[in-house]
Design a protein around this ligand. Structure first.
Ligand code: NAP
Length: 300
């Protein structure tokens, strides 16, 4: 029997584990993949208050160690449902089931797909969602990044250091990401910005050889010979397993305000998986603290 089960060991989940363990609760973290969540693939974090510069990997590693040293337990299992009976909760996983008093959902969000034909088939064969993980394979090659947010801009900057030529393809004429990143990219000789354009086709036999791009204003299409395509078009949540237990909004995020309370007593939501305006490392960590303290108060 655990006091608190946290589903997801990204920044929000691990922060909740730190706060839960420090409040003296028996904390179990359930993680389907690796701990650390999305930040693990960030080359550098420069906007976490109090830390001037750190790699995403080191940040995640520190947070994991902190949670475990304080007494939280981590199991690599996928939570598939939450059952309730008489106020007690049972989290069912792909391997087992665990009883607890309170649950924090910190399931994060997953990389959004472009939804193109052959996108899944070519993933790992030219198509990637992680520039930091796969960028080195494209040294001296021509590649493209799709997206206009901070992730796409940072990926493009990172890849411009490896690739011969890099196309940054964005569907609008304005970037969503920060101006300082846009300025830094404009200074790169090997970066071409392809604005108001959308990728409509992935071409190649067994690996990606080129992409077909359509200009959204003129309707004209053209082919770019690239062997790598890094897709960075945002994220989407995956809370379907819990849709019977807590209310989701129409985009699939768990409905919970800044107090991280869901519509179900004893179930809290923290980080990118919940409805919120700002999804940042600092807000994920803040949510973890808020949710764990709310859960601790509920357990009393
Ligand atoms: P994002 O900010 O949601 O940006 C997604 C981008 O992809 C947008 O430019 C969007 O275009 C485009 N897009 C979405 N769906 C598309 C589709 N089907 N086809 C083509 N383009 C599509 O996502 P993100 O860049 O992953 O960032 C997520 C959050 O993390 C943001 O809050 C961001 O600020 C934060 N972040 C911060 C840092 C940092 O501070 N260092 C680094 C990375 C991420 P539109 O603009 O037209 O909607």
């Amino acid at each position: 029997m655990h006091d608190l089960i946290i589903i997801g060991a990204g920044t929000a989940g691990l922060s909740a584990a730190v706060y839960g363990a420090r409040a003296g609760k028996r904390v179990l973290l359930l993680e389907e993949n690796v701990y650390g969540g999305q930040i693990i693939s960030a080359t550098e974090v420069e906007n976490y208050p109090g830390i001037r510069r750190i790699s995403g990997y080191e940040f995640a590693e520190n947070l994991y160690r902190q949670a475990v040293e304080l007494g939280a337990e981590l199991k690599y299992e996928k939570a598939v449902s939450i059952q309730e009976e008489g106020g007690k909760k049972t989290v069912v996983t792909n391997r087992s089931s665990y009883a607890c008093e309170a649950v924090i959902l910190a399931t994060g969000a997953k990389k959004r797909r472009l939804g193109l034909e052959r996108e899944e088939e070519l993933t790992g064969a030219g198509v990637s969602y992680c520039a930091v993980c796969d960028g080195a394979f494209y040294r001296g090659k021509d590649t493209a990044v799709a997206g206009g947010g901070n992730t796409a801009l940072e990926d493009a900057l990172f890849l411009s250091g490896y690739c011969r030529k890099l196309y940054l393809i964005h569907r609008r004429d304005q970037f969503r990401g920060e101006e300082r990143l846009v300025r830094a990219l404009r200074e790169k000789d090997n970066v071409t910005m392809v604005m108001e354009s959308q990728i409509i086709r992935l071409n190649g036999k067994d690996r990606l050889e080129s992409i077909t791009v359509k200009n959204r204003c003129t309707g004209g299409t053209g082919e770019l010979a690239v062997t790598g395509l890094f897709i960075a078009v945002g994220q989407e949540p995956d809370n379907r397993a819990f849709s019977e237990v807590v209310r989701l909004d129409r985009d699939g995020y768990i409905e919970a305000g800044e107090n991280c309370r869901t519509d179900k007593g004893g179930i809290f939501a923290a980080g990118d998986c919940r409805t919120k305006e700002v999804r940042q490392l600092a807000t994920a960590a803040a949510d973890g603290a808020v949710a764990a303290l709310a859960a601790s108060a509920y357990l009393k």
